[in-house]
Design a protein. Structure first.
Length: 174
């Protein structure tokens, strides 16, 4: 027998240069696209107001403009947005509220009724947060449905009256 040790082949530790590298050998920085525009971080202020005042509207003006086709939808979106911006505890998606009163009519009329009841309860919650003794009644809003915008807007105005009707968007202390 031959006592000479056999020469062993050494295995390469790096990939060959003529073969494309495997994904695990690529650096993660090479696959990340670099932005062409600088990324600007939005700063969140610790003193940002949690509540802002909505707009005081003339209830009869709302009713008269409600005779048009588009204004009632814009008004309904805006009052729900104002209530959402007034307090974090008032949970509403204004777009869904408008969708309920428009397309919901085709579903036997139930979604618009539910939406008006929920809007009235949101106004009640806003009135309670503002310290008002007056409360919005969903039943009254539904009973006089053709004059519901007058009633709903007058009740929402009572919330803003508690703060002396400051300009729209005025921050309130929490």
């Amino acid at each position: 027998m031959n006592d000479e040790p056999k020469a062993s082949k050494s295995l390469p530790t790096e990939p060959p240069t003529n073969v494309p590298p495997f994904p695990q050998w690529q650096s993660s920085a090479a696959s990340v696209p670099t932005p062409t525009t600088p990324v600007v971080a939005r700063s969140v202020s610790a003193t940002a107001p949690s509540r802002v005042v909505g707009k005081t509207r003339n209830p009869w003006g709302v009713w008269l403009l409600g005779l048009t086709i588009i204004y009632p939808l814009i008004w309904y979106f805006k009052i729900n947005k104002e209530m959402r911006d007034y307090s974090e505890t008032i949970d509403v998606q204004p777009g869904m509220a408008v969708l309920a009163i428009t397309l919901g009519v085709f579903l036997i009329g139930i979604p618009p009724i539910v939406s008006y009841v929920h809007t009235s309860s949101r106004i009640q919650k806003a009135q309670k947060l503002a310290g008002s003794t007056k409360r919005c009644s969903a039943l009254l809003a539904l009973l006089c449905l053709c004059f519901a915008p007058v009633y709903i807007q007058s009740q929402l105005n009572k919330v803003w009256d508690q703060y002396g009707n400051p300009p729209v968007g005025t921050p309130l202390k929490a």
